[in-house]
Design a protein around this ligand. Structure first.
Ligand code: IMP
Ligand code: MG
Length: 184
């Protein structure tokens, strides 16, 4: 038996629902950016990797991709704090480009708010956010989110890019963790 079964409280978003919604997001993005000459998808590592790789296959506008890694510290590893740090920056000059940030989940909003402020100083032509998941009720800092896959309740989730202590990013669905059974 798969080890995660013992602490999987429930499957919140099954694989088919994820893929259906991601296809819709890709179609919407393709329409909105149809006239864009320089679309750049910026994937926030590591959680958004699965999402980016499925989403980009539904985006029919020519686009580049780049990656950025962020670490957030100052509190436990189940929540982020206002202390955000870039651990790997982009390789691309984003000046005058249409930048679309691809993120796994927006929780407090601290991470994205920091990234948006930083990237906007580099004067992109446009700067928008596409997040797969949005824990709206947890928001501490307002961030303008252009595309949202799913608004989810305030529970710790894993799978499809989101990790539990770095493991289980490979699962094809989004599951809710039973933190007591997990032993966290
Ligand atoms: P924020 O800065 O509080 O918005 O947090 C965003 C980051 O926290 C995400 O990019 C995730 O890496 C992580 N995170 C927040 N909630 C969860 C969760 O339920 N499961 C896994 N990671 C999470
Ligand atoms: Mg993340």
């Amino acid at each position: 038996m798969e080890r995660y079964r013992s602490f999987l409280k429930k499957i919140l978003i099954p694989e088919d629902a994820l893929q259906k919604r991601i296809a819709e997001l890709g179609e919407q993005i393709s329409q909105d950016y149809q006239d864009s000459q320089q679309l750049l998808l910026v994937c926030i590592l590591r959680g958004a990797v699965m999402f980016l790789s499925d989403l980009c296959r539904h985006i029919h506008v020519p686009h580049a991709m780049d990656f950025m890694a962020i670490s957030s510290y100052g509190s436990g590893n189940r929540s982020s704090s206002g202390m955000v740090r870039i651990t790997m920056d982009l390789n691309t000059n984003i000046y005058d480009k249409d930048v679309l940030i691809v993120e796994d989940i927006v929780d407090s909003g601290n991470t994205l708010s920091y990234v948006m402020k930083l990237l906007s100083t580099r004067k992109p032509k446009s700067l928008n956010v596409c997040t797969l998941l949005n824990k709206a009720e947890r928001r501490e800092v307002e961030v303008a989110i252009r595309y949202t896959g799913f608004v989810i309740p305030n529970e710790f989730v894993f799978g499809y890019g989101l990790d539990l202590d770095e493991i289980y990013r490979n699962l094809p669905f989004i599951g809710v963790v039973d933190l007591e059974k997990y032993g966290a």
